[in-house]
Design a protein. Structure first.
Lengths: 212, 105
């Protein structure tokens, strides 16, 4: 088979393809045959080196239909994506609009919640501080009672002095109880503070990681 | 081999074949022959695809009294080769891992 016979046979086999496309492919094969002939092959050798006509045409038609199918699928996917993107953009715009519109509302609520939490926390420490203060006051009272007891003893009021010493002992006991209580309360509050602090730190780190 | 994967690899092979100097169909086939078999119809499809993707341009020049098509790589085509090299460093590491882990003990 010579070159022009091969080309004509191939042209007949590619009749299903668009004319321009078939023409371009035929040029491509002609060039392939001519390049082989230039290298020293005879016309017949060059034609058979390019390959079996039936195999070539089958391959071309298969590739062509696959490309077409892929193109169609790709186009379909693209239109789907475009639709989805559009919908997503609308939704996001709507969300932002609501956020901005509701800003006076949610900002106030946020501030209120923060203020409530802060006030609860401050009052917790206020209670603890007053516990310590009461403890100190009671301890001082016990000290005062001892001083008064000494005074009564020096003045000769033995019974009163004994009673005062007894009172001082009772008050001292109460103050020790109060100190124990306030120490425990302080420890609890400190523990709570640490937990809150660690939680905040973790969530902020997570946010940073998420953004990055 | 996976069709999509093979096609992607062949695209880069053809780009590499025209990277240093413009080339033509038969020369590309000859250049890759020591490494793998590339049929004319496959090459045609690849060249067409790369042209559509603006990775190469085609110009027709006269040669020995006839016309021959020459393929010239574009910036995008050069970029594709570089991207491929970057991507495949990772793939080669995965390959090494697979070979190492699947070796019989």
């Amino acid at each position: 088979m010579n070159k022009s016979e091969f080309i004509e046979a191939l042209r007949a086999k590619l009749s299903a393809l668009p004319k321009e496309d078939a023409q371009e492919r035929l040029h491509f094969y002609r060039e392939m045959i001519e390049d082989r002939m230039e290298e020293g092959l005879s016309e017949g050798e060059a034609v058979s080196a390019v390959g079996n006509l039936d195999e070539i045409s089958a391959e071309i038609v298969a590739e062509f239909s696959r490309d077409k199918t892929e193109e169609m699928i790709r186009e379909e996917i693209e239109t789907e994506n475009a639709k989805e993107k559009k919908a997503r953009r609308h939704m996001r715009a709507g969300e932002i609009f609501l956020l901005v519109l509701g800003a006076p509302l949610w900002i106030t609520i946020l501030i209120a919640v923060f203020a409530v939490v802060l006030s609860l926390y401050v009052s917790l420490w206020a209670v603890i501080i007053s516990l310590w203060a009461v403890g100190c006051a009671v301890a001082l009272t016990s000290l005062g009672c001892i001083m008064a007891g000494i005074g009564f003893a020096l003045g000769g009021f033995t019974v009163t002095s004994v009673a005062t010493f007894g009172a001082s002992l009772i008050v001292a006991g109460v103050s020790v109880l109060l100190f124990v209580l306030s120490t425990a309360a302080t420890k609890c509050a400190w523990f709570l503070t640490k937990i809150i602090f660690v939680r905040c730190k973790k969530s902020s780190q997570r946010k940073v990681k998420h953004n990055g | 081999m996976d069709v999509q994967l093979k096609r992607g690899l062949l695209d880069v092979c053809v780009l590499a074949a025209i990277k240093n100097e413009d080339s033509y169909g038969y020369k590309i086939i000859k250049d890759v022959k020591p490494y793998f078999e590339l049929s004319e119809s496959t090459l045609y499809t690849i060249l067409k695809r790369l042209e559509t993707a603006n990775m190469l341009t085609v110009c027709t020049a006269e040669h020995g009294g006839r016309l021959r098509k020459y393929y010239h790589i574009t910036k995008a085509g050069l970029g594709r080769i570089e991207d491929f090299k970057d991507e495949w460093r990772e793939v080669m590491l995965m390959y090494q891992f697979i070979i190492k882990e699947s070796a019989e003990v």
